[in-house]
Design a protein around this ligand. Sequence first.
Ligand SMILES: [Zn+2]
Length: 143
Amino acid sequence: MTTQITCTRRIEFDAAHRVREHESKCRFLHGHRYVVEASFSANNLDNLGRIIDFGVVREKLGGWIDDNWDHNTILWEADAELGALIAVNTEQKIYYLPYNPTAENMAVYLLEKICPLLFKESGVQCTKIKLYETPNCYAEVTQ
Ligand SMILES: [Zn+2]
C-alpha cells in the first residue's frame, strides 16, 4: 500500500475580468479578490520531510501571479478591443486567455499551462488547483 501525501499553498490576488456573452451582469467588467490553492502530491518526501518547500511555491507560482494577474485585467483573446481601450495611455499589459476567464478556465490554465513550466525543475507536479472567485464560489481541477 502506498501513502499519498498532499501539501497545499494558498495565494491571494486582485484582478478584474468579465465573462463575455454571460447572460447576466458577469458580462460587465468587474473585480474579485481571488484565492488560489495549489496542491502538490507525492508518495515520498525529501530528506527534510517535504513534498516541496512552501516558500518555493510562493516564489514560483506567487511570483508568476504577481507578475501576470495581480492588479491586472484578465480577458478572453476575443475581447482584445476592450483590452485595448483599458490599456490606452497606461502601462497596463492586459492578460489574455484563449477562452473566457471563468474560475474554471483560470484554474485549468494554471494547472495545465503554468504550473508544469514553473515546477519542472523542482521535480514535483501540481496535482490540484482550487480557485475561489468569491468566498462562496470556486472551481477545482485535478490531474
Ligand atoms: Zn467575476
